[in-house]
Design a protein around this ligand. Sequence first.
Ligand code: ZN
Length: 423
Amino acid sequence: MERRAYRRAVPRHPRTRMLSASCAMLALAAATPALSASDHDLASGVVLLDGATFPVIATLGDGWIATTPCRTEIFLDRGDFLDRVDVLLDPGHGGPETGSVGANGIVERDLNLGVAHLAKLALEDLGYTVALTRSRDLHMGVRQRAAIANALQPRAFVSIHHNGGAVRRSSDPGTEAFHQVDDDASRRLAGLLYEEVHAALSAWDVAWVDTVHQGTSARIRSSGLDVYGILRLTPDLNSAIVEAAYLSNPAEADLLADVEVLQDEADAIARAVHRFLGSDDPGTGFKRAFVDEAVTGTGTGWNCDDSGYGSTLSYAVGYTETEYADLSAMAARAGHTPESLQRFGVYALDFFHALQGRIELDPLPPEAIPAVDGSGLDASVTGRWLPQDQVVLMRVADAYGLSPAEAQKVGAVLMVFLVGISG
Ligand SMILES: [Zn+2]
């Protein structure tokens, strides 16, 4: 993957007065250089890190701008990039969104994850590349799961669930599979998932329950759109949801406590995907689409907390004695520390960049880029950047052709100038 280098090729001027740099900066912000689309790579793919899957928005420098499970944009400078897979499996729910809960204490979010891991191994044994939307217990909304799928463009996308609520007795498993309305490929994938999972579970003699939705169908709004975000938000993919059995039924919960049953279910999911990708088999269980707009209240990602992702980066910036005196004086006048004034400056640069819309800014002329290290510098200020703030720093560095440290100093220069003229 090609990445842009931060550092410009031209040498930086050894000593630049802050004021002249400020003026150059403002002139740059008002300039009208050549038009072009954003020069960010239009990245497709994800970064795998710590059991989470981060869809990439753009590559920047030595890392990526990507979204967390809670849909916060952060700058990631580590992790494994993955651009495509054959199959993406989505273990439903996670974190505080437990899904259904069995009388024996089995929680759907954990059960879905266990089956997904087993199905991944089974599919890999069949020769497919496979990823999971989450490899551990994570709070993640439906929109983020769909974003991961759209970034990876799998040939099949399967969301794995276990159901709750049914009480009607049945002689066979109440397996349900859902597909995208009016989509033949999605319908065939769901039909094969239903056929395989239902057959695998039917090997056990259990007091099953079901509802009228046992089988393969599309659940739609009165507008005709799919109710399930997993399906609605991945219109270009072959997506399906499988609700293998009713965890809310104590007899089925006890069955699902048996790892042999989970292995059979996972193998069934793998077989269904294998047949979908390698045959024209039509699947079974088809029923008419039904309108049911009831909101489940799950999958919204509401109250999602992902403060633990990514790492805080620090960049020290060197200042001459005069520059540091200017910065300290203006910071004091504005009621901030030199570090926070430096950071505000980067946000101001980002604001100017946003004002430019789609106009690409030329790199700063070399004489306007202040030295950030080396001889002649007497003091330094370290900027600490949280993962979500790094997006701004890296965007500014990229847009203006600066290193992160230089972006901080140009930001500081700008703030010294702005605070100075505001009197
Ligand atoms: Zn579920």
